[in-house]
Design a protein around this ligand. Structure first.
Ligand code: UD1
Ligand code: CA
Length: 453
């Protein structure tokens, strides 16, 4: 059976004042991606045919992020925050034209799994008109309670503020995630009133209204942590912890050895191959891909980099956007690579800056080599040929080209191109004065001896 088209409505009109931040709440990041980005990622992953994002007035930064993360998304503005049902109806124009399922997500719930949405949709396939994702709360206060009838169907949702003692004793709570397969959803939503403690239009009232219209509703359970909503900085940190635990487990299942998993930090998009070993204290920023058989020693920081098969990097390596570490290349301690490619088997083992350039295959970069890529105004390129040898403490002043197999003497400041297989040396000639040091010491010792008065 083909699933009906899916319209996903993401509610993001809330202000999120408890973050105490100039940044809108849903733009705070978990694993390097905005909270909203995570939610839109789920909306995409479950195969939404259309995505509507409901914002409050003036939330331009959120609008920009929404359109960046989900190019097909349409934005709707809820002018006044009058409750979750009113927020869904802000997308009325979309709802009117939609024939199919409707999924409602909250923009501040970043850890939701696509698989749980899959179970909600299965409930619709099995005949329910409304399927609500619920969880067992350690402390249910504040949440809507899911009231299950004798047949195991969802009867109604009672909001905490309005719930009587019996409902308050229920610990099965509404996550806010709900899927509808209702022939006339708009008429159900239009029947929701605001005669309640908060004077809000509660989306949760849709359940009782649907039931009274002869439709059916079900609750599907998921883990509480999956539907954690972010309202404060400590919830943000809690979400990060949960995300990281999941990512570490997933990496280990996929064949990655983590010596101290709790010290390795992944980004939302980190890709890691098989038989990779990662030592303690490694941080992956966004956009990093690590191929198979790589060894990452302790204390590294990577963003926007690709590390190819068999490379060995660190300890204390830093890769910034555009770094490509070739097959079997070696990058050692205190080496920074940015917008540069090291080809197969190249080595830079100690204390170097490799920015804007290419290091040819099997070239060797000596300790303390700097690619001087910036003249204070513009960036320039350095090209180092295959098999070149760059002596320690060399400055390569870009733009400059070092030919294949060329040899650069230590301590040189190279400002002109060097042909293949040539030696380039830039230093003043060494002077040697035999006995000078001993004489100098004797002179200084005499100067220190107090003179008789
Ligand atoms: C809501 C549910 C409650 C559930 C809880 C889970 C209702 C009436 N209650 O309560 O059953 O247990 O979530 O966290 O739905 N929003 C708008 N416009 C509005 C109001 C809210 O866009 O006018 C958005 C918010 O940005 C947020 C989401 O809807 O993303 C939920 O709003 P919130 O005020 O947090 O809902 P609760 O009252 O906590
Ligand atoms: Ca010099």
């Amino acid at each position: 059976m083909n699933a009906p088209p899916l319209l996903t409505i993401v509610l993001a009109a809330g202000k999120g004042t408890r973050m105490n931040s100039a940044l809108p709440k849903v733009l705070h990041r978990v694993a390097g991606l905005s909270i909203l980005g995570h939610v839109l990622g789920v909306a995409e992953a479950v195969g939404s045919d259309e995505i509507a994002v409901v914002l409050g007035p003036g939330m331009d930064a959120v609008r920009t992020e929404a359109l960046e993360r989900a190019t097909r998304a349409r934005i709707f503005v809820q002018h006044e925050q009058r409750g979750t049902a009113d927020a869904v109806l802000a997308a009325r124009e979309r709802l009117i034209h939609h024939r199919g399922d409707v999924l409602v997500l909250y923009a501040d719930v970043p850890l939701l799994k696509a698989e749980s949405i899959g179970r909600l949709r299965s409930a619709l396939d099995a005949g329910s008109n409304v399927a609500v994702l619920g969880f067992r709360a350690d402390d249910p206060s504040g949440y809507g309670r899911l009231l299950i009838d004798a047949d195991g169907a969802l009867q109604a949702i009672h909001e905490h503020e309005d719930a009587g003692d019996t409902a308050r004793a229920v610990t099965f709570c509404n996550s806010g995630v709900v899927a509808f397969r209702c022939p006339n959803l708009i008429s159900i939503l239009d029947r929701i009133g605001n005669d309640n403690a908060k004077r809000e239009f509660y989306l949760t009232d849709a359940v009782a209204i649907a039931r009274s219209a002869g439709l059916t509703a079900t609750a599907v359970e998921c883990a509480q942590e999956e539907v954690l909503g972010i309202n404060s900085r400590d919830q943000l940190a809690a979400a990060e912890r949960i995300f990281q635990d999941r990512a570490r487990q997933a990496a280990m299942r996929a064949g990655v050895t983590l010596i101290a998993p709790e010290t390795v930090w992944f980004s939302h998009d980190t890709e890691i191959g098989r038989d990779v070993t990662i030592e303690p204290n490694v941080f992956f920023g966004p956009g990093v891909a690590v191929e198979d058989n790589v060894v990452i020693h302790a204390n590294c920081h990577f963003t926007g980099a690709r590390i190819r098969n068999g490379a060995e990097v660190g300890p204390f390596a830093r890769f910034r956007p555009g770094a490509v570490i070739g097959r079997n290349a070696h990058i050692g301690n205190f080496v920074e690579v940015k917008n540069a490619t090291l080809e197969e088997g190249a080595k830079a083992n100690h204390l170097s800056y490799i920015g804007d350039g290419r290091v040819g295959s099997k070239a060797n970069i000596g300790a303390g080599t700097i690619l001087c890529n910036y003249d204070g105004f513009r960036k320039h390129n350095t090209d180092i040929g295959a098999g070149a040898f760059i002596g320690s403490n060399t400055s390569l002043v870009a733009p400059v080209k070092i030919g294949d197999g060329a040899y650069i003497g230590s301590g040189s400041v190279i400002t002109k191109d060097v042909p293949a297989d040539a030696l380039a040396l830039e230093r003043t000639e060494q002077q040697v004065r035999p006995g000078w040091a001993a004489k100098f010491r004797a002179l200084m010792a005499r100067a220190k001896t107090p003179r008789p008065t």
